[in-house]
Design a protein around this ligand. Structure first.
Ligand code: ADP
Ligand code: ASP
Ligand code: MG
Length: 428
């Protein structure tokens, strides 16, 4: 087969899209078709189905706190299996194909095991293989650290592998093939009438990914924005366009609210009896940052009297709760903290929309809708294009549905220029 000089495309297939032999064959056929159309093709594959969850469970069977370096050795195997199998299918179809681990593909990361960051992509081996006319299959979600250890990129990290490779090989597009047909106005598994968004801006997609819309990993969106990579998120099973992630200038629509997102993986930590002196909050957040724990919302209550003690609450991903507890333990004595209490069953519901900048009516309406639904709001945070409310995990689904209906985001919703008391901005 001859070498190609056409467009380079990166195609990423998620776990459900390669879950069994039939689906791997189907994905391989789609990859082969892109090659037959004259493209130079790099495909990034995720681990099959629930493989990563099973590997995590396997580690927990033998160790209460699995060593992070060894965890990465284990977790990286899932995506390698998918790539080797897909390469076999492609070869049977008469194509030249080669599967590579993240390390072989030149993905260099820092040393933060289980959530490493990509530092560099040395794509010469991939480019050489493409020049030879090969289809290159790269195991997603992994790299090699500056210490030469295998690392993984955090859950959902194959999206970031794909975007980083697209940037490194100068691909015209990074196609993310998944089990839904694009990015929707809410998780279609919770809101069946959710609307597929033909396009979404990087700014909105960043807020959506950060607030739980796991259809694209947050870091992949950051990487794409920083490196000018176009993402096309689309269905593995259906033809037809999905969702394009574009710069704000390129997006045509600017609705007040674009989507309702949610997460059911939050935990809350409350520190009571903190000394009310400058530097304490900084100390608390520093130890958490050193333990690589991402702190999301923070609330601090001032003491009622001078010299009194303050309380501080914040949310962390539930998976980081143990690490947060461990990191805070030594601070108890150092700062004289009264108590560290935790609530592992929190969730979050957020409204995202580039048009809501400086429209306080959206916040008012959000709180009213949740109040009417009997949902207690535990914490609130806002950005110019997002409002997030921490609620109990059990209230998340209902909160998402009520907000989606109230803001008329669905396929069949009649979209009004004035959303019940909130005036849409005039976009000039
Ligand atoms: P993959 O295995 O292909 O990486 P993921 O499970 O990571 O797929 O992401 C796709 C899932 O994201 C969908 O099945 C859907 O349930 C969920 N999801 C959450 N929010 C959204 C949204 N706003 N639009 C589309 N999908 C969403
Ligand atoms: N297999 C990994 C996970 O489940 C990475 C990915 O699928 O993107 O998180
Ligand atoms: Mg994913």
């Amino acid at each position: 087969m001859s070498a190609l000089t056409g467009d380079t495309v990166v195609m990423k297939f998620g776990g459900t899209s390669v879950a069994d032999a039939e689906r791997i064959k189907h994905a391989a056929q789609r990859i082969a078709r892109a090659r037959d159309e004259g493209n130079r093709v790099v495909a990034v594959l995720s681990a099959r189905g629930k493989t990563t969850d099973e590997l995590v469970a396997m580690a927990r069977e033998v160790s209460e706190r699995p060593d992070p370096r060894e965890m990465d050795m284990l977790l990286s195997t899932g995506e390698r299996i998918s790539c080797a199998l897909a390469a076999m299918v492609l070869k049977d179809l008469g194509h030249q194909a080669v599967s590579l681990t993240g390390s072989q593909a030149g993905i260099v990361t820092d040393t933060s095991h289980t959530k490493a960051r990509i530092l560099d992509v040395r794509a010469d081996r991939i480019i050489r293989a493409l020049d030879e006319g090969q289809i290159v299959l790269v195991a997603g979600f992994q790299g090699v650290s500056t210490e030469l250890d295998v690392t993984t990129l955090g859950r959902g990290g194959s999206d970031t592998t794909a975007v980083a490779l697209a940037a490194a090989v100068g691909a015209s597009v990074c196609e993310i093939y998944t089990d839904v047909s694009g990015v929707f106005s809410a998780d279609p598994r919770i809101v069946p009438e959710a609307r597929k968004l033909p396009q979404v801006s990087f700014e909105e997609m960043l807020e959506m990914a950060a607030s739980g819309a796991k259809v694209l990993q947050l870091r992949s969106v950051e990487y794409a924005r920083n490196h000018g990579v176009s993402i096309h998120c689309r269905s593995s099973y259906e033809e037809g366009p999905g969702t394009l992630v574009l710069t704000e200038e390129q997006t045509m629509e600017r609705p007040l609210v674009t989507a309702v997102t949610h997460s059911t993986d939050e935990a809350r930590v409350t520190l009571t009896g903190l000394p009310d002196v400058p530097g304490v909050a900084g100390r608390v957040l520093t130890v958490l940052a050193e333990a690589n724990v991402n702190v999301d919302m923070i609330i601090q209550n001032e003491p009622e009297s001078e010299g009194g003690r303050a309380d501080m609450s914040f949310t962390v991903p539930r998976d980081d709760l143990e690490a947060a507890r461990d990191a805070l333990e030594p601070l108890k004595g150092e700062l004289g903290i009264g108590e560290v209490s935790t609530d592992p069953r929190m969730g979050k519901v957020s409204l995202v929309g580039a048009g809501m900048k400086s429209h306080p009516g959206v916040a008012a309406k959000t709180f009213t809708v949740l109040g009417d639904a009997g949902v207690n709001i535990e914490m609130i945070s806002t950005s110019p294009i997002k409002i997030s409310c921490v609620v109990h995990e059990d209230d998340v689904r209902e909160a998402v549905r009520q907000l989606h209906t109230a803001f008329e985001l669905g396929v069949d919703a009649v979209r009004h220029e004035d959303v019940a008391g909130v005036h849409r901005p005039v976009v000039s």
